[in-house]
Design a protein. Structure first.
Length: 102
């Protein structure tokens, strides 16, 4: 799966999480995934809980529009971001500097 793909009600994104970072950050990663650095530790769902609002902020959607669909305990996660697929794809492209074809 590329870093993102369009679905009927939004996009699905792949995210590689690095917990226990000095600060939270969300940006382009490789062609296969976004990169999320989280200050939260990877215990008791803390990193997953910190990831949802970070992704929501990056895509300009409410927190309830972001859902973890795969990778609950893995570093590589798949999330669904609900909203206008064209708008969300444009934001994803902007995060990648327009050089990614998701």
């Amino acid at each position: 799966m590329p870093a993102w793909r369009r679905i009927a009600n939004g996009i699905e994104i792949a995210v590689r999480v690095t917990p226990r970072a000095s600060r939270d950050a969300f940006a382009a990663g490789t062609e296969d995934h976004f990169a999320a650095r989280l200050a939260a530790p990877p215990v008791e769902g803390a990193a997953n809980a910190a990831l949802m609002p970070l992704v929501a902020k990056a895509f300009g959607v409410p927190k309830r529009a972001v859902a973890l669909i795969a990778g609950d305990t893995a570093r590589l996660k798949r999330l669904r971001v609900e909203g206008d697929p064209l708008v969300l794809e444009a934001i994803a492209q902007r995060l990648y500097g327009g050089s990614h074809d998701g």
